[in-house]
Design a binder for this molecule. Structure first.
Ligand SMILES: *[C@@H]1O[C@H](CO)[C@@H](O)[C@H](O)[C@H]1NC(C)=O
Ligand SMILES: *[C@@H]1O[C@H](CO)[C@@H](O)[C@H](O)[C@H]1NC(C)=O
Length: 429
């Protein structure tokens, strides 16, 4: 009798254990596994190609140097003593959410040192956390790497690959052979230095003459991390292979532009667009503008002289000792009007070199070095279309401003970087 009771007890006990395990599996383990599978299999695709809005604008939020570590447990650097105890990576996340909310950009560009490898225990986890506000916003976002991203558990190729697979990311590890935005027909170009060299097209406003072609080109470059030159440690630099790829891409757009121009003259609704450029021969002013994004400044900025500075210039330019001719390449391409960089956290200025603007993002992240009492900041870039008699035409103006994480997101240092109407005389001798 007694043994029968204990046998029943044992049976009940086992049933209980098995039921519990089953429940645990259903509720926790398998739901986790399913989520993981979803992440691998179904990337939430952003709408491509990117497009100007029907109000004739396209806005980019530049986020430089977030320096994210492990989240809540990673302390802030260079904040006031009174702020220190209540400050972590989560303040960086909060600032990003607020910037997205107030500006509602069409694209978010992260210009490197997104994570601070030395403080990140698990690179993948830090990446998912740091880009979470962008992913949640469902706004397309693009990233390049800085010199610190790879100092954790993933190398540069792995980081870029993961970034390219994340929801709403338009980042690519390698550029593609085709300029067209049909992803099916694209082949990656892998014989190029670095990871995260790619270009994005921004097509004209819906219903306008340029609604099916790129009128603003965005170039992303990997400026690398560190290097040793003749036994001396320095930063890496943008290589010949990257510049020649860029030169090719830009040339192809110019060919398209000239064809587009010839066509445009048979179109009724031209207005200002035609006034800006009377003859088909003078194709240069008709060239569609481009913007470039990378992390480490180029030595030409240090050499200067850099003109028309707007913003703060409080830090020596930390760049490579090797000048690989980036500025010369940009000047010869003719389409790059402005370049957006990071790396030197306490510089946030725009300055002009040979007709091309170089703009720092200023430090965004709380775990990156900065100046206590000098609020973290972000840059916004807005391209604006010119109007024909009725319809939107090509890009007419490129504007930029910054905002502070000072509680009210103060907007400051607004300036026009490029204006099609005035470019003809401003920087030509
Ligand atoms: C960081 O965030 C906390 C919580 O929202 C806030 O109380 C604190 O003031 C923030 N610190 C800084 C330096 O912005
Ligand atoms: C753009 O493409 C769409 C769809 O193919 C077409 O209906 C439209 O006419 C095109 N617009 C222009 C301006 O070429």
């Amino acid at each position: 009798m007694e043994s029968a009771t204990s046998w029943i007890h044992s049976l009940l006990f086992f049933s209980f254990i098995i039921a519990s395990l089953h429940l645990l599996d259903r509720l926790i383990i398998s739901s986790k596994l399913t989520t993981d599978q979803n992440i691998q299999l179904i990337k939430k695709q952003p709408q491509l190609p990117l497009h100007f809005n029907s109000d004739g604008t396209f806005k980019i939020l530049q986020v430089a140097d977030m320096h994210y570590g492990n989240g809540m447990v990673t302390r802030c650097r260079d904040v006031l003593e009174s702020e220190f105890n209540y400050c972590s990576d989560l303040n960086t996340t909060q600032f990003l959410r607020k910037m997205i909310e107030i500006e509602n950009p069409d694209l978010i560009v992260f210009t490197g040192d997104n994570i601070f490898g030395a403080s990140a225990t698990d690179a993948a986890e830090s990446l998912f956390e740091v880009f979470a506000p962008a992913i949640e916003s469902e706004i397309p976002w693009a990233a390049v790497l800085g010199n610190h991203d790879q100092e954790s558990t993933m190398n540069r190729e792995e980081l870029m690959y993961l970034i390219s697979l994340m929801d709403y990311s338009v980042s690519q590890t390698f550029p593609s052979t085709k300029v067209t935005s049909d992803p099916v027909k694209q082949q990656p170009i892998t014989n190029i230095d670095g990871f995260g060299n790619y270009n994005l097209e921004v097509w004209g406003a819906p219903g306008s003459y340029f609604s099916n072609s790129s009128i603003l080109n965005l170039y992303f470059l990997d400026s690398g991390d560190r290097a040793v030159v003749n036994g001396v440690r320095t930063y890496n630099w943008i290589r010949e292979s990257q510049l020649s790829w860029l030169h090719d891409i830009s040339k192809r757009y110019q060919v398209n532009t000239i064809t587009g121009t010839a066509l445009a003259f048979h179109v009724h609704d031209l207005g200002q667009w035609k006034n800006a450029d009377q003859s088909v021969e003078s194709s240069l002013p008709m060239m569609h503008p481009a913007l470039a994004f990378f992390h480490i400044p180029i030595p030409e900025i240090r050499q200067g002289p850099i003109k028309d500075i707007v913003g703060t210039d409080r830090e020596y330019v930390a760049c490579s000792s090797v000048n690989s001719g980036v500025l010369k390449t940009f000047v010869s391409m003719g389409d790059v009007k402005a370049v957006f960089i990071g790396h030197d956290h306490t510089n946030d200025f725009c300055g002009n070199l040979e007709g091309i603007w170089f703009c720092y993002g200023g430090c965004f992240g709380y775990h990156g070095y900065g100046v206590a009492g000098w609020p973290r900041r972000a840059r916004v870039i807005q391209a604006e279309l010119g109007k024909g008699k009725e319809l939107w035409m090509g890009v007419e103006k490129i504007r930029t401003w910054k905002r502070l994480d000072d509680g009210v997101l103060t907007k400051f240092d607004e300036q026009v970087l490029w204006d099609r109407q005035s470019l003809a005389w401003k920087y030509q001798d």
